[in-house]
Write a protein that binds this ligand. Sequence first.
Ligand code: GDP
Ligand code: MG
Length: 439
Amino acid sequence: MQDFGSSLKNVFRKIAGLGIVDKEAVEAIIKELQRTLLQGDVDVALVSELSSKIKKRVLEAKLPAGLTLKEYFIKSLYEEIVEFLGREKGEVALKKQRILLIGLFGSGKTTTAGKIAKWFKVRGLKPGLVACDTHRAAAKEQIKQIGKRVEVPVYYSGKKPEDIAKEALKKSKEDVLIFDSAGRDALDSKLAKELKDLSKVIKPDEVLLVIPADIGQAARKQSEEFNKLVGITGIVVTKLDGTARGGGALAAAAVSGAGVKFIGIGEKVGDLEVYDPTRFVSRLIGYGDIQGLLEKAKEVGISKETADKIMEGKFTLNEFYEQIKSMQKMGSLSKIMDMIPGAGGMKIPKGMLDVQEDKMKKWKFAIDSMTKEERENPEIIKASRIKRIAKGAGLSESDVRDMLKYYKQTKKVMKMAKGGKGLKRGPLAAIAKQFGMKA
Ligand code: GDP
Ligand code: MG
């Protein structure tokens, strides 16, 4: 979504930079939006529908009190894009239930099964996995490993998918059973029958279709077909992290009838979110997602205080180490930065946010070798102090310089994020408030 997100961000930035908002300017921006959406593999008809809707809304509507035309334009664009990428947010009930995952080969079913198990587990329920893919040779091994990683039981005894499902239903005591199934290259009658038979045995509360984002607008046809032949209650769009076509996939899913419940944003078991289009778009265009950040923090056991500190950008060397460590626990730091209002829109040097484990260890030694004063006020650390710290920590001087450089860079980014460039004081402040976002 990187490319899609940054070109979308650009569209918003362009509006914010407009001198006069007249018909011509609106049309030029909408053209830019169209280009962005088409590049994201959004269906042409959907793009043109959205364009006329926005144009009409902005050029013909009566301006709401208290908003300038520019602000109204931004607000309309934002709201229409949110609706375009998903009318509703994914509702996932925290209750005892059976979930069946279906989809084509390689769409991410098995990985998603593990992610969903973890999702329920950190929310206090007891999940179990059922391995109903009997086609792929290594399928059982894969899901067993995932089960081990998430620390949930995996049921796999039996030959046929239905037998495995029956056995699991008989034996298991878990609250949430997640049934993985076999995929194929295409949804043919054989796969449809197998899934229907399986569904009869399981009687699932949810049948979730797993679709990889990289198929773009083809997601529409796929979900309509699966819905017709097997029946689905929702969609999981996976691999949103690795493609520019995510916009197309989400827009397609939004018009296909079944809503998107979860999105997959990475290969790790924690890389799953309940889909919330408002928050998703907000993050995409650099407005941040505080709620998402707090949820992520809670999932990995980080206190609200630490999370608050991270967001406030409180940052002496005392906090530096713990915070980098905490942020790393939550997942890739670049993903976390996208959730911090204002920070998502900034250009952050590539690689800056993902520090290697061995480097972190060295930095801990360095920080331990500092005086209290140095930790609280790192600006005083010059050559002679660097020498002393390196010696005390058993590191080279360049290790210490490296850490200080990283600290300064991060602090700068945090400060800019905290200042909420373009949010807190910028022209978008009023809009941010409208969205109910704490800027
Ligand atoms: P299945 O055939 O539908 O069961 O698909 P798998 O669960 O085996 O996944 C196929 C590949 O996609 C694996 O290499 C996964 O690691 C990868 N994958 C699944 N979900 C995601 C995701 O959200 N992001 C990324 N980057 N990779 C994913
Ligand atoms: Mg599989």
